[in-house]
Design a protein around this ligand. Structure first.
Ligand code: C5P
Length: 440
């Protein structure tokens, strides 16, 4: 008898299937469980039944499949569903069902059955990466984890921008091993990457002022963060200007990630075609001088400053009050440019009220050496370097790859991924480094 068969033989498993496109993979899971000798009772949500016919699961499990809490009551009652069950597994588990379980809802056969369940419950999330990363979903999972649900880590899948990000339902084989781990009562299976006993107020405990349940996505709780983003636009005359190709996407993603982590965010942006992330203060500027002024106005009480903007290094010494004309200049035009202030260096070198200061370095070659030199010359705490060589990373792209250096050298390599996911990881890294620096 194989180890799988020994662990699952004669066990009663409730398999909850919800309306994710991964519902078809639950067929394979059902088969594996049956093959290993388990008795499987399948419950489907209405959404799941639209994706895979209940008859498929009926044929695989050999039992009627419950989908409607009223219509199917004669086949199997919602309370009876998990009675005597050794374990229930929701695979795939959508964000919607996860939210319902967190709230103790009982509006369909599956949620009602699980509310009455006395057995261990495994959740195998499957959803879009942004839905998965949303603090609402993360908080829901965390609360469920704190209540003793076993939350599996989703697998990685392809994103539209050609990189991989999490959100895929774990493979059926992995789910079976996970279930066996629980049934055998061995070492607790790996949870979702955080320990619910750590730092999180218990779901039942009233919150104290300043406490948050947004952990682990609360690395920025209580912090005031100022971020610059986008290009600057340096006027030459009333209609012409000098600028660059920065889209502002990285700075905006960082602002959103910092806000989602509980920070109070001021986003100072050059002209970009992006909507304001909810819940932040946005200040629109055009030139480097305006950006510096806005930064200085926002620094009071600032804990972390992140210079993400692609600030023009030079501006015209004199902005012509009338359109510069060919008539006046003929075949040659000379414009004198003068250096713009370095905003992140100005903040990094503040003698009083200096925040934890983070810069970016967009490099085409010798990234490490250039980034380290900028870190030192601008007196930064951290610098995030990326290569801008065209292709699918850097300026204007939805994806990026970052190398983060502190004064001791390489702190982290965040591999090529969507700017949203990357921003979340970078925000966690920055806030953790900031808190550690404060402790020293
Ligand atoms: O020196 P370099 O422009 O490559 O440095 C990039 C970093 O410095 C970024 O963090 C950028 O926001 C910041 N910077 C700035 N003000 C400038 C030039 C760059 O804040 N005038």
């Amino acid at each position: 008898m194989s180890a799988q068969t020994a662990a699952l033989k004669g066990r009663k498993i409730v398999l909850g299937v919800t309306g994710s496109i991964a519902a078809y993979k639950a067929c394979a899971l059902c088969r594996l469980l049956i093959k290993a000798g388990a008795e499987v009772q399948v419950v489907m949500t209405e959404g799941a039944a639209k994706l895979v016919a209940p008859h498929t699961f009926m044929a695989l499990s050999g039992h009627p499949v419950a989908t409607d809490i009223f219509k199917d009551a004669d086949k199997i009652g919602h309370i009876a569903l998990s009675r005597g069950a050794d374990l229930a597994v929701v695979a795939p588990a959508t964000a919607n069902t996860i939210a319902k379980l967190r709230n103790g809802m009982a509006d369909n056969m599956l949620t009602a059955g699980l509310l009455a369940a006395q057995c261990p419950v495994v959740i195998a999330p499957a959803m879009n990466v942004n839905m998965y990363r949303n603090p609402a979903t993360q908080e829901n999972l965390q609360v469920l984890s704190g209540r003793g649900f076993y939350i599996m880590k989703p697998g990685e899948g392809d994103l539209a921008c050609g990189v991989r990000a999490e959100g895929r339902m774990p493979e059926p084989e992995e789910i079976v091993s996970f279930i066996i781990g629980i049934l055998q009562g061995g070492a607790a299976p790996e949870r979702i990457g955080y320990d619910p006993r750590e730092a999180l107020p218990s779901p039942q405990a009233p919150l104290e002022i300043g406490q948050t349940r947004l952990l682990p996505g609360a690395s920025g709780a209580g912090l005031k963060v100022v971020i610059t983003a986008g290009p600057t636009v340096e006027a030459l005359d009333p209609v012409r200007f000098l600028t660059n190709r920065s889209s502002g996407k990285m700075g905006f993603a960082l602002a959103e990630a910092a806000r989602a982590r509980g920070a109070k965010v001021t986003l100072i942006s050059g002209p970009v075609a992006l909507p304001s992330p909810a819940g932040i203060t946005r200040v629109d500027v055009r030139s480097a001088l305006e950006m510096l002024q806005a930064v200085e106005n926002s620094l009071d009480g600032c804990d972390v400053f992140i210079g993400c903007a692609a600030v023009a290094d030079y501006r015209a010494d004199h902005i012509a009050s009338e359109k510069i004309s060919k008539r006046d200049h003929g075949d040659e035009l000379t414009i004198k440019f003068v250096r713009n202030p370095d905003i992140v260096a100005t903040v990094g070198k503040l003698e009083h009220g200096r925040p934890f200061t983070v810069g970016f370095a967009a490099e085409t070659e010798n990234g490490e050496a250039h980034a380290k030199a900028k870190l030192a010359s601008k007196n930064l705490d951290l610098i995030a370097m990326n290569y801008v060589k065209g292709g699918d990373q850097g300026f204007q792209s939805d994806c990026n790859e970052l190398f983060v250096y502190d004064r001791d050298g390489l702190e982290a390599h965040l591999p090529l991924q969507s700017k949203q996911v990357l921003a979340g990881e970078l925000a966690d890294l920055i806030f953790t480094k900031y808190r550690n620096a404060k402790k020293d």
